[in-house]
Design a protein around this ligand. Structure first.
Ligand SMILES: C/C(=C\COP(=O)(O)O)CCC[C@H](C)CCC[C@H](C)CCCC(C)C
Ligand SMILES: Nc1ccn([C@@H]2O[C@H](COP(=O)(O)OP(=O)(O)O)[C@@H](O)[C@H]2O)c(=O)n1
Length: 293
């Protein structure tokens, strides 16, 4: 469903605006002019707000269910030894960010929508802390999201990852390319760097013997392609508009900087799930500014 586009224009009573002392509702370019001082205006506004809240509530439950299903699915695949644990973790790493961003058009166009969407990473932060501190046990989560099966691992990479999701949805949401590109680099870029690097990374980087050329090249290419793809996806829904010839160059620059930062031997000091999104956000803010084109 094309998101309900509601823009309230309250013009001051003495403004020269054609609709002074009235409210103009836009829905898909149809403007409804309702008199502010009529009961039906307040009834209509209340109905629209309730519709938006209902839409956001349903979307929140659906996305939360998607998060559980993702982890449960890869737990079963790992349990049945269809895929090994390290690969499971990385695929969950890649899919969580990409699918979470892809779900954002499900939410309404109300100002509160981002806070509903933020409930999902917030609850997952709580989940990671609860199981990472061994308050309770969740074998499915541990098997699909940790390398070695230690609950404490949940409190590092996975927790940083979900905190970045929470930060991006609250600060940037779908109004800016900055958060979208940063999440694409953290989830898709870093995820593929690990998968391809582990498999084919025999030629190591001269300044970091734990990482390889093929791993970094994979990060640049996958991060770039996923970033362009997610920006195009949000432009289809009308949230963002780009001069694509410029946007491609800007995304390539963000991808290069993120790949360079990820390749540095700083993982012991600063987790990739923090350094990569920070580098991506800073570069994206420089090249895109707060706008989209
Ligand atoms: C495995 C993860 C991070 C570890 O990264 P690294 O240390 O290997 O670099 C990702 C953890 C994901 C988390 C358990 C679940 C997050 C769900 C997300 C908030 C919402 C996804 C919704 C979508 C519809 C599936
Ligand atoms: N640029 C990269 C990144 C990772 N890798 C490979 O992927 C493994 C895990 O990478 P990582 O330490 O970044 O893993 P995470 O912290 O992202 O889970 C490395 O030990 C390398 O074998 C690579 O070869 N080149």
């Amino acid at each position: 469903m094309i998101p309900l586009l509601l823009k309230h224009h309250f013009s001051s009573p003495n403004s020269s605006n054609l609709f002074s002392n009235r409210t103009v509702f836009y829905r898909d370019s149809i403007s409804l002019v309702l008199p502010l001082n009529k009961p039906q205006f307040h009834r209509r506004t209340s109905q629209v707000c309730h519709m938006a809240a209902l839409q956001d509530g349903v979307a929140t439950v659906a996305v939360m269910a998607g998060a559980y299903t993702l982890v449960y699915t890869f737990d079963k695949l790992t349990q049945r030894q269809i895929i090994e644990q390290k690969l499971s973790r990385k695929i969950v790493h890649i899919l969580s960010g990409i699918l979470f961003m892809s779900s954002w058009p499900l939410f309404s166009s109300s100002a509160e929508a981002r806070y509903y969407a933020a409930i999902v990473p917030l609850l997952n932060c709580a989940r990671l802390v609860i199981y990472g501190t061994r308050l309770f046990k969740d074998e499915a989560l541990i098997k699909s999201v940790t390398r070695e099966g230690n609950p404490e691992e949940l409190l590092r990479g996975p927790l940083y990852y979900v905190i970045v999701l929470l930060f991006s949805v609250l600060v940037f949401w779908r109004d800016s390319p900055v958060g979208l590109v940063a999440l694409a680099m953290m989830s898709g870029g870093d995820g593929f760097a690990d998968i391809i690097g582990r498999m084919y990374g025999s030629t190591k980087l001269p300044y970091n013997r734990n990482k390889s050329w093929i791993g970094s090249i994979s990060m640049f290419v996958s991060g770039f392609l996923l970033s362009i793809g997610i920006l195009y996806y949000f432009s289809i829904f009308g949230y963002l508009h780009f001069a694509w010839d410029e946007a491609i160059v800007k995304v390539a620059l963000v991808s290069f900087v993120a790949t360079l930062v990820e390749s540095l031997p700083i993982t012991e000091v600063l987790d990739d799930n923090i350094s990569v999104p920070i580098a991506s956000m800073c570069t994206a803010l420089l090249v895109f500014g707060s706008g989209s084109s």
